[in-house]
Ligand binder design. Structure first.
Ligand code: GDD
Length: 405
């Protein structure tokens, strides 16, 4: 038996996702028509002998209750939300719930960050881990030297794949091989975390509080990367499995547009019937590239949609509307001849006739994309360019490169 744990963090963590994360925890924001966390969960579902999936975070329980019960029913696998009373760090949180996680005596525990986008080759990681032995195996990927510094950089033995050296977000370049935030461990990971706790307790009783001046986090906080991976590197305990497929981290809304695109292309490979199709005839709108449209959406046949568009439940799209590279959340109305490009439109928002909502420029990864929070009204003939608009605002004049509070 194996179990999977997905770290979902809490409300203090998703702040770069405002205003969307005001109403919805970041892990539940839809990418390619499904909550962010749905993608790792459905990858876990494919592992043979998976007994349970735990989501660990410090969001209120009610924020996850509905999702957890519906996904458990849908996948016919128990998905449980475990709430920490406060953040314990990525390893501390795992340790805090060790009894629940080990309840069914699993041979292996998968650990996944909620905010990564990849094809989650979990079975391959487990197979590799069985060959290597040790406490755990982590998914790693090569990125550009410039990008690497935002992640855990590591050195692995080219032959044995052993993790030889690990530094979290180093200031000077170490390696272009980085930590993807996806791991498999044996139950010995709990002993390793306990060891760190014991060490911390010892130093704190020996030196009182002084020692903690060098550690910028609370005493009962254990980080998987700095506190576990770094010290265990080079001890024949940790191994790496290199990801050859797509991988992105989802820290900003701009990245979520990119990740939505990656998941839509994955759907094109795995379940193309879930993607929309249409060529502007037979009362169906023209669809360009990969597009997801929830079955409840009302689309006017003269609209033109795609590429990379995801439209959630109960959205209404009027005649002549053009949508490109965007995520439209539930209950939005887009009126006649409006255009939405490189943007995320929050729940229940309304976009007026002949209005334009778009990024300033066309680079997703820069902060230039437009995000409308929940229930924003853009009146007729208004342009909203490269701006972030907080919930419940009404825009009756055009704005550019602005934050509307
Ligand atoms: N439950 C819980 N409690 N979850 C937490 C906590 C906590 O106290 N702290 C962080 N998390 C969750 C976050 O929501 C995220 O899913 C994951 O743990 C890792 O978050 P961070 O510790 O903030 O690290 P990071 O995302 O900046 O970087 C990590 O992931 C990268 C890959 O995406 C590092 O491991 C990097 O080395 C790695 O490259």
């Amino acid at each position: 038996k194996v179990v999977a744990v997905i770290m979902v963090g809490g409300p203090t963590k998703g702040t770069r996702f405002r205003p969307l994360s005001f109403n919805t925890p970041k892990p539940l924001i839809p990418l390619a028509g499904q909550p962010m966390i749905h993608h790792p969960i459905s990858a876990c579902k494919k592992i043979p002998n998976l007994a349970q999936i735990f989501l660990i975070g410090f969001y209120e329980e009610r924020e996850f209750a509905l999702y957890v019960s519906s996904i458990s029913n849908e996948l016919r696998i128990p998905v449980r939300y475990l709430k920490e009373d406060k953040p314990h760090g990525s390893a501390g949180a795992l340790y805090y719930f060790r009894d629940r996680i080990m309840e069914e005596k699993p041979s292996h525990v998968f650990l996944l960050n909620c905010d990564v986008c990849c094809s989650f080759p979990l079975q391959h990681i487990l197979d590799a881990h069985r060959r290597y032995g040790g406490i755990g195996t982590m998914l790693v990927i090569k990125v550009s030297a410039e990008a690497a510094s935002q992640f855990g950089e590591l050195i692995a033995d080219p032959d044995t794949k052993e993790l030889l050296h690990y530094t979290e977000k180093p200031e000077t370049f170490v390696s272009d091989l980085i930590n993807c935030g996806v791991y498999v461990f044996t139950s010995d990971i709990f002993k390793a975390i306990e060891g760190v706790y014991n060490q911390m307790r010892e130093t704190s009783s020996n030196y009182n509080h002084f020692q903690y001046a060098t550690r910028s986090v609370p005493a009962d906080f254990v980080r998987l990367d700095q506190d576990i991976l770094s010290p265990l590197a080079g001890k024949k305990q940790l191994y790496t499995y290199e990801n050859k497929d797509f991988w992105e981290q989802i820290k900003t809304p701009g990245k979520s547009l990119k990740c939505s695109d990656l998941y839509l292309s994955q759907l094109r490979e795995t379940s193309p019937h879930l993607l929309a199709s249409g060529d502007g005839t037979n009362k169906k709108p023209m669809i360009v590239g990969d597009v997801y449209i929830h079955p409840s959406v009302k689309l006017h046949p003269t609209a033109k949609i795609g590429p990379n568009v995801s439209i959630s439940a109960n959205v209404r799209v009027g005649p002549g509307v053009r949508l490109i590279n965007c995520i439209i959340l539930d209950d939005v109305e887009i009126k006649d001849n409006a255009v939405v490009i490189n943007s995320i439109i929050g729940w229940k928002s309304s976009i007026g006739r002949w209005s334009r909502v778009q990024a300033n420029g066309d680079d997703n990864e820069r902060l230039g994309i437009t995000i409308l929070g929940e229930a924003v009204t853009v009146e007729d003939e208004v342009a909203v360019i490269g701006s972030i608009v907080l919930q419940n605002k009404t825009l009756n004049a055009s704005v550019q490169d602005d934050i509307i509070l």
